[in-house]
Design a protein. Structure first.
Length: 103
């Protein structure tokens, strides 16, 4: 797995990326950075964690409105059908790195 250093809202992150997925990851990073910057620049929200959550919700809502979009799941389902929230939170914590824990 390849690692890419990216910047989101002025903060550097080192992200793991499968070979050949660099362009898709950089496009996703650009989308997240634009969305977070727009929320920050609106001036109503100051906390990075809140900006990140609002940006994630905005992007998820936009994806949900696209009928042909089928994003890859971020969390795997367990045998009982429930989502592995601990695994998803661990991935978020790893992505946030030195910024601290989201929850």
């Amino acid at each position: 797995m390849k690692q890419l250093e990216v910047t989101i809202l002025g903060q550097s992150y080192l992200l793991g990326c499968p070979e050949g997925g660099e362009l898709a990851l950089l496009e996703a990073v650009g989308n997240v950075d634009r969305e977070m910057s727009a929320i920050r620049d609106a001036g109503k929200v100051k906390a990075r964690e809140r900006i990140a959550v609002l940006a994630a919700l905005n992007l998820a809502y936009a994806l949900a409105g696209r009928p042909s979009a089928t994003p890859a799941p971020l969390a795997s389902s367990r045998i009982d059908g429930a989502v592995d929230l601990d695994g998803l939170l661990a991935r978020l914590d790893q992505a946030l790195g030195a910024d601290g824990r989201l929850l």
